[in-house]
Design a binder for this molecule. Structure first.
Ligand SMILES: Nc1ncnc2c1ncn2[C@@H]1O[C@H](COP(=O)(O)OP(=O)(O)OP(=O)(O)O)[C@@H](O)[C@H]1O
Ligand SMILES: [Mg+2]
Length: 393
């Protein structure tokens, strides 16, 4: 777009406001409130210069913050160029940021049983039926097959489908007042699953009563003993509303994976979901295109719903395209049989294995326990858990 004199030059305040939607997923807060923004300048119309100080320069989240800052700032009207400098904090500044994060951790009343080092990915879309649940379940299986411990929370309180897709039933037991997720070994890893479908009818009725959907999700997070998890995948219900906002409040470091389908019309809906997420300060980790081109056994490719929608959405919202999943009857047949395709060895299992690889190695890698803030945060969580709230030490 050619620069026009009528283009509003972003003000410093507008830039800062945009930066408030950039979340440091480890510290669970935005970079402005954490004090990581060291400078914002607009040296010429449309040119924005931002300086960010990282807690630790070699942090694997550096690339992610870089991408998020650029995406948010360049989305402001009138911005032509973003110049971004990343520095490292000194020990004193780092201590300051940690203490701020610590206050935030305390303020956030509900204490979930999810360890700070667990990477949380909620799978959502703008509309129903695009394959969120199928994608979530298969991705969880594929991650477990990498040897990881993966939690799977079915946040679709009314329309739960995870138990059926995994062929699991059974009743959740409680130990010391905490729900114990159902465990399924997926060699060499483990799945831990909680769903409304595992609750006894009367318990379900209590949770349904009075439309306390968020309470139900909150209970699955707070009143459950998940143990140590590498990833927690959350299957969101269709739509964009309450549950997402509730997650943003309870687990602000939740990141969103947006599932979309190839047609352009679906992108608008999915873009709205991304927008919602941002306003609720959830970071969009990536886009997955489901029901993409299907190649039959004769080698002919059918683009049943058009092509390229996932890539377009990813570009629009400044998030990576994690991968595309072909439309294939085996996906739904396997779902009906309760044995997800990702469990097998065919080409579709390969598609999900590759998705899991891209997630685990590129888009949402586990934060190394050494050399980054995750370790500090795990210690912090212990301190917060053992200290009385309300007395600042
Ligand atoms: N890649 C695929 N190929 C073929 N069928 C698929 C694929 N992905 C999902 N399906 C089928 O599409 C239907 C909807 O999938 P699913 O229930 O996973 O969607 P959803 O987005 O979770 O729906 P809801 O909004 O109701 O929660 C199911 O019948 C499922 O088997
Ligand atoms: Mg679903």
């Amino acid at each position: 777009m050619a620069p026009e004199t009528s283009d509003p030059v972003p003000t410093r305040d507008q830039v800062l406001e945009a930066l408030r939607s950039v979340i440091d997923p480890e510290l669970g807060d935005n970079v402005v409130d954490l004090g990581m923004v060291r400078g914002v300048e607009v040296p010429a119309p449309g040119v924005v210069r931002v300086e960010i100080a990282l807690t630790i320069a070699g942090c694997p989240l550096r690339a992610q913050l870089d991408r998020d800052v650029r995406a948010r700032v360049s989305a402001l009207p009138g911005v032509q160029a973003v110049e971004l400098a990343m520095g490292e904090m000194d020990a004193e500044a780092r201590a300051e940021v940690m203490s701020r994060a610590r206050w935030k951790a305390r303020e956030r009343a509900p204490v979930t049983g999810i360890a700070p080092s667990t990477r949380i990915l909620a799978v959502g879309s703008g509309k129903g039926g695009v394959g969120k649940s199928s994608v979530t379940v298969n991705l969880a299986v594929a991650l477990a097959r990498r040897g990881l411990t993966v939690g799977l929370l079915d946040a679709d309180i009314w329309g739960f489908s995870v138990p059926r897709l995994l062929g699991m039933d059974g009743a959740v037991e409680a130990r010391r007042g905490k729900m114990i997720p159902l465990v399924r070994a997926v060699e060499p890893g483990t799945l831990k699953v909680l769903s409304m479908g595992f609750l006894a009818d009367e318990d379900r009725a209590i949770m349904w009563r009075g439309l306390v959907l968020n309470r139900a999700v909150q209970q699955f997070l707070e009143d459950a003993d998940w143990g140590q998890l590498d990833y927690l995948l959350i299957d969101l219900p269709p739509g964009t509303g309450d549950i997402q906002m509730g997650l943003a409040r309870m687990l602000p470091r939740t990141e969103l994976l947006i599932v979309t389908t190839p047609p352009v019309a679906a992108q608008k809906v999915a873009a709205r979901a991304a927008d919602m997420a941002r306003r609720g300060y959830l970071r969009v980790a990536g886009v997955i295109e489901n029901m993409s081109a299907f190649t039959c056994e004769h080698g002919t490719t059918y683009q049943l719903f058009g092509a390229g929608g996932g890539a377009r959405l990813a570009e629009e919202i400044g998030a990576p395209l994690v991968g595309t999943i072909p439309i294939h009857p085996q996906v739904s047949e396997a779902g009906d049989a309760g044995v997800p395709v990702a469990m097998g060895d065919g080409p579709l299992a390969g598609v999900f294995a590759e998705l899991a690889r891209v997630l685990a190695e590129e888009v949402a890698p586990l934060v190394e326990a050494s050399g980054c803030t995750a370790r500090l945060l795990d210690q912090l969580a212990e301190v917060v858990a053992t200290e009385p709230v309300g007395t600042e030490g």
